[in-house]
Design a protein around this ligand. Sequence first.
Ligand code: AMP
Length: 221
Amino acid sequence: MRKFVIMGVQGSGKGTQSELLCTDLDLVHISVGDIFRWNVQNHTKLGAQVRRTMTAGELVGDDMVESVVRERLDRHDWNFGFVIDGFPRNGRQAEFFMESYDIDAVIHLELPDDEVRRRVLSRRLCPNCGMDYNLIADRPEIEGRCDICGHELITRADDTPEALDARLRDYHQKTRPVLDIFGRKEVIHDIDARPSAEEVQQSIRDQLGLPPYKPAVALST
Ligand code: AMP
């Protein structure tokens, strides 16, 4: 059983790296942001409660986040383990998590703010099938259209310069201290997130002593 937390500022590649780890290690990728986005897109009650907060790039309340995480992990569909991404985002969430679950490793993707801006503002998403694109590194074949399903691509509502500033501020003020809390008990693996997705994946595996990355796996961002 492998239980990993992946942390890093927005745009550092947490989603991509989590997927690459999960695909051949049979782990379940749990993205709290994806769970919220799914609820917003499907107009659930939870979606209505978090939509405005998310669009502004602000953090959803801790009680709601903790119940979403608890409910997700209580499904126990992660026989070989999980990679949790986008959580914890502040000290309280970290304490809650450490009280309830053992963690095997914390992966910390490091990326300077100017590179974050460059990457995040070029992200595009297919609202139909969920495929991610990046206009710098991973352009769709036909401009503005999803390669998989042909649907028109959109920009995530919180990928605007204003919302990104709010998220960067929250990250530096609230999320970075989580690393200090984890650091008291766990080893934090600091990974340079600037190289290509494949190289970053290999560094994660080297540091964690995991089997080597097989590049045949398709990347989504
Ligand atoms: P992400 O895809 O991880 O950037 O998350 C998108 C948005 O979901 C964030 O900007 C927050 O509004 C909300 N969110 C995701 N995870 C958390 C969390 N752990 N705590 C509070 N809000 C969260």
